[in-house]
Design a protein around this ligand. Structure first.
Ligand SMILES: Nc1ncnc2c1ncn2[C@@H]1O[C@H](COP(=O)(O)OP(=O)(O)OP(=O)(O)O)[C@@H](O)[C@H]1O
Ligand SMILES: [Mg+2]
Length: 150
């Protein structure tokens, strides 16, 4: 699917946000600067809006590795694993704990080879036009049909 603009990305993130529940995994895959954090920011701000809460800042977890958000009953852990090279470090980040109780959104998830239920992989690719992206959705479990719904 072609994402035509930031507004279009926002609309897609809104559709995905409506299905999001604790226990879900979202993997964001694509080159530096392609839009992984921007997608996450829209997703989190849309959830906050839907619950009538104030939008918060959503920063890139490049240096902190993890930022957490509580949106009423939803708990979101937003990871950036770009600098993580060892499985031990993944365990230290608690990436496999509380699986059914939280939503994990992960940029640069390459190191995670564990099979996961209810995972949505979002692939983003650059297009010639500066504000366009190609997006491929690969869903497992409850996310299997999302590609027909956005
Ligand atoms: N259609 C689009 N979708 C996503 N981002 C877009 C789009 N058009 C323009 N952009 C811009 O591209 C940039 C994407 O940066 P962002 O930090 O989200 O990338 P990233 O994939 O998280 O990078 P990194 O790998 O460094 O974490 C932003 O400046 C955003 O405004
Ligand atoms: Mg990022």
């Amino acid at each position: 699917m072609i994402v035509k603009s930031l507004d279009h990305l926002n609309i897609i993130s809104k559709k995905i946000s409506k299905k999001l529940e604790n226990g879900d995994w979202i993997f964001l895959i694509g080159e530096i600067g392609v839009g992984k954090t921007t997608f996450t920011r829209y997703l989190i701000n849309n959830l906050q809006n839907q619950k009538g809460l104030k939008e918060t800042e959503v920063l890139s977890p490049t240096f902190n590795l993890l930022y957490e958000y509580e949106i009423e009953d939803l708990k979101i852990m937003h990871y950036d694993l770009y600098r993580i090279k060892k499985n031990d470090d993944l365990n230290n980040l608690g990436i496999f704990s509380d699986n059914s109780k939280v939503i994990k959104i992960i940029e640069w998830p390459d190191l995670i080879q564990t099979p996961l239920k209810d995972k949505l992989e979002i692939y983003l690719e650059y297009k010639e036009n500066e504000n366009e992206r190609n997006m491929i959705l690969k869903g497992l479990g409850k996310w299997e049909s999302i590609k027909y719904e956005v």
